[in-house]
Design a protein around this ligand. Structure first.
Ligand code: PAF
Length: 279
């Protein structure tokens, strides 16, 4: 496994690769969810490149950029076990040199849900992902369904900018009790970890109501919200959304593929999760 720290090195190595390249962009502090992306990439491609870069431009001024969990040694050991060929770990000064001034703004889909609560977040995500795609030149790039809106934004960017790659969605990996894997789960105290299950319970409730024939999205949102509010450690609900899976516009009635998503604060940590109800 080669670990490359500069854009120039990565580009040089890329020129030498023949055949398909599967790319998994990450911010490190890897878990089973990331490893699943790597495994799918490995099964579908001749080469696998994983990037580890905690991207400063996707964090708001009051967010956890400085304290975002990092453990490079552990990450590299995990990737070596998965037989990854190249790990790309650029420095922030290489990615965003002095006087950097170009940004990718994917309008509308970036403005809702996470974008409404975290202004500028998806501008940072789209910009860094576009840069990484230009540097790594992958055949296919792999993203987890857990960050559903990120996937919608990245797919729209790839279509709108005629980028020459395929974006692959990999299902969310969950703990045995249903909690979606996330690098930020490390922030949960043991009590909060138990309470965090309410996100999965609310999504399961939506699925059950939908399976029974309920299509009234307002009613499902209300039932989900009531369930979440009944959990004492819930410190706030940013949104409970049932939206068109492509445009992310809220639906009054589920008459097409719907993204059911939610963002909830359990104590201090803020967790997101989602499911798709396919019509
Ligand atoms: O999902 C993430 O870890 C990040 O948003 C990504 C795609 C690596 C961009 O920084």
């Amino acid at each position: 496994m080669r670990v490359l720290h500069s854009i120039a090195e990565m580009k040089e190595e890329r020129r030498k690769l023949r055949g398909t390249v599967g790319f998994v962009p990450t911010m490190g502090y890897l878990h089973e969810g990331h490893l699943e992306l790597v495994r799918v990439a490995r099964a579908e491609n001749q080469h696998v490149v994983v990037s580890i870069f905690v991207n400063p431009t996707q964090f708001g001024p009051k967010e956890d950029y400085a304290s975002y969990p990092r453990d490079t040694e552990r990450d590299l050991a995990m990737l070596k076990k998965e037989k990854v060929g190249i790990v790309f770990m650029p420095g922030a000064e290489d990615m965003y040199p002095a006087r950097y001034s170009t940004w990718v703004d994917v309008e509308k889909v970036s403005e809702r849900l996470e974008g409404a609560v975290r202004p500028g977040h998806f501008r940072g995500v789209a910009t860094v992902v576009a840069k990484l795609f230009n540097i790594v030149e992958p055949t296919k790039a792999y993203f987890g369904q857990k960050d559903a809106q990120q996937l919608v934004v990245v797919k729209k960017m790839v279509t709108d900018l005629n980028m020459n790659l395929e974006v692959i969605t990999v299902p969310t990996v969950r703990e045995p009790d249903g909690l979606a894997m996330s690098s930020r789960n490390v922030y949960l105290s043991p009590q909060e970890r138990k309470s965090a299950l309410v996100l999965y319970k609310a999504l399961t409730l939506a699925q059950t109501l939908w399976d029974k024939g309920q299509t009234n999205a307002d009613l499902i949102r209300r039932e989900m919200t009531a369930l979440i509010e009944s959990e004492p450690r819930v410190a706030g609900i940013d949104y409970v959304s049932i939206a068109d899976a492509e445009t992310l516009e809220e639906l009054p009635r589920i008459d097409r593929s719907a993204l059911v998503s939610l963002a909830v604060k359990i104590g201090k940590p803020r967790l997101i999760d989602n499911i798709i109800l396919a019509s």
